[in-house]
Design a protein around this ligand. Structure first.
Ligand SMILES: [Zn+2]
Length: 385
């Protein structure tokens, strides 16, 4: 991967430390080429109680403690960037809620998407490096989701080239069709020094974080972020004749606490969410809407370590894109990140040209533009027969 002085890179980091773990080598290359970057850190990582309890020797974490922890983690990012040899002024913090990005996706995504569109229009990157929708950390894959929708809400001419990266799990193998950055010895040393600046995160993850500094940074092209992977629990989600069909692999006792989140998406202003709670040994599961009302029943069939869940979709879903993710009710990490359900092909009705450009956004605000021009889709007649 080579950069030129004219390149404008934007890195999206869900938490303080992801800029170092995911792109610490890439940022050094950007700086060395005389190019510049803006690093958007979505949250302050303030909801991080166990390291805080250990380091601050307190049991109860109050609001004021979280505010102090957030400030500490911001300082760690500034120090890490200095260790990487890049200006700390490259970092911008959005202040979105730590551990809260999935709830934003399923409830009130408009404001966060407007923030992302504004950040993109302000910096106008030539290259955007964002978290993968397949990262197993719920904040990471949901920031990927929100960014995808922010890009979709923008005019085609304003969209940058996009690479995605995975931090969780840390030992994710390189993307087969992706871009690899082989770090030099010096780059590895600086990345290691930067990781040491995130001292709050080394309390529990010191060994695994320090291992990240050696070797390769791996990025997927945007398009491959949507493909399935044998290593991921969610193997396939399809829609046919109003039925959503999701197949989860690696099914066993540990997976019984899985819930499916389903988001139907037309635009930041038009979206809806469903949740399916899958229980052990049950052949049916209730489908809930976002107000936790039961709105239907899903069928669950388990065979050969695969769980197949089928459910009739509500009418509103007929003209939306559908995204599914498998979350665990017991374990912090998701079982699989956001996956778009394949179905009769969806295409733009009026083309991307109708999306508000950054110049229009600068005058009228991206929010008003997005709301007035919701992405409109229709099903392709030929492929739905
Ligand atoms: Zn993170």
């Amino acid at each position: 991967m080579r950069f030129a002085a004219r390149d404008r890179v934007m890195v999206l980091a869900p938490h303080p430390d992801d800029e170092t773990l995911g792109t610490g080598g890439l940022l050094q290359r950007v700086r060395a080429a005389g190019a510049s970057a803006r690093i958007i850190v979505a949250t302050d990582g303030e909801d991080n109680p166990w390291p805080q309890r250990v380091l601050e020797r307190r049991i109860r974490i109050r609001t004021a403690d979280r505010v102090r922890w957030a400030a500490r983690r911001r300082q760690e990012t500034y120090a890490a960037l200095t260790a990487l040899g890049v200006p700390p002024s490259w970092a911008v913090f959005l202040g979105l809620p730590d551990q809260g990005l999935t709830a934003i996706v399923t409830t009130q995504p408009s404001a966060a998407i407007q923030q992302l569109v504004a950040a993109l229009c302000d910096w106008r990157p030539t290259l955007l490096v964002m978290p993968s929708l397949h990262d197993l950390h719920p904040d990471h894959n949901s920031l990927g989701f929100l960014t995808l929708q922010a890009l979709t809400a923008m005019a085609l001419a304003d969209r940058p080239v996009v690479l995605t990266y995975i931090v969780h799990p840390l030992d994710t193998p390189a993307f087969p069709e992706g871009v690899r950055l082989h770090l030099t010895v010096d780059e590895q040393a600086r990345k290691r020094a930067a990781i040491e600046q995130h001292a709050t995160q080394l309390v529990f993850h010191g060994r695994s974080y320090r291992r990240v500094a050696s070797g390769v940074e791996s990025f997927a092209l945007m398009s491959s972020a949507f493909g399935g992977s044998a290593a991921l629990p969610m193997v396939r989600a399809t829609v046919r004749a109003g039925i959503l069909d999701v197949r989860l692999s690696s099914w066993g006792p540990r997976a019984w606490s899985t819930s499916l989140l389903i988001v139907g998406w037309r635009s930041a202003a038009e979206h809806a969410a469903l949740r399916v709670e899958i229980g052990p040994w049950r052949r049916t599961a209730s489908v809930y809407d976002s107000a936790s009302h039961i709105v239907g029943t899903a069928r669950c069939v388990t065979a050969d370590a695969e769980c197949r869940i089928t459910l009739p979709l509500p009418e509103w879903s007929a003209s939306t894109r559908l995204f599914v993710k498998a979350v665990s009710r017991l374990v912090f990490f998701d079982r699989g990140g956001w996956c778009e359900a394949a179905g009769p092909s969806l295409r733009w009705v009026d083309g991307e040209a109708s999306q508000p450009g950054c110049d229009a956004a600068a005058n009228g605000g991206p929010s008003s533009g997005t709301a007035q021009n919701p992405a409109r889709f229709q099903r392709s007649v030929s492929s739905s027969s």
